[in-house]
Design a protein around this ligand. Structure first.
Ligand code: CU
Length: 171
């Protein structure tokens, strides 16, 4: 019960902090603890999602090498997931990208394919957040998936790390 209250108050704090869409770094290092630990009915899909999150974190850190590695793992794990052909071709673009900018562009496309796979009633527990920043991807706007409501933007590097909003909760 105590834990639930704590989670709720954290959720409220996060909502308050991120309700405004601005580009200031909110220094949100103390706002963790929102991990919802999503679980999947399909084990292969669970592995693929975990690899997607590794890729997302690598992009948050602007780490080209780690993003390359994570995309190779994701391509492999997606090959075990049914109806994931389009997602596989998106992630192969991330893997073959020559720089961070290209990786991020392909990652935006990959996210929309991963969302489709996840939304097909594949979650057995927890929830996943679809997050958005309108400045990402050359101001075209771009989405990413996350285990937390806390925003860690994978598109814009350190300057805009906390820029974005939760658009949808998938469960
Ligand atoms: Cu933004």
């Amino acid at each position: 019960m105590k834990k639930t209250i704590m989670m709720l108050s954290l959720a409220l704090v996060s909502l308050g902090a991120f309700a405004q869409h601005n580009h200031e770094d909110h220094n949100s290092s103390n706002m963790g603890g929102m991990e919802s630990e999503p679980m999947f009915k399909d084990k292969a899909m669970g592995t693929a999602y975990a690899n997607y999150i590794e890729l997302k974190e690598a992009l948050v850190d602007s780490d080209f090498e780690s993003a390359s590695k994570a995309s190779a793992s994701l391509e492999k794990s997606l090959s075990e997931v049914e109806s994931s052909e389009v997602a596989q071709s998106s992630v192969s673009k991330v893997r073959q990208a020559g720089d961070l900018k290209e990786q991020r562009k392909a990652f935006a496309e990959l996210t929309s394919e991963m969302s489709k796979l996840i939304k097909g009633g594949n979650l057995s527990m927890g929830e996943i957040y679809l997050e958005f920043c309108p400045m990402s991807n050359n101001n075209e706007g771009a989405y990413w998936l996350s285990n937390t409501k806390e925003i860690r933007n994978p598109f814009l590097g350190k300057k805009m790390l906390n820029c974005g909003m939760v658009k949808e909760t998938i469960n």
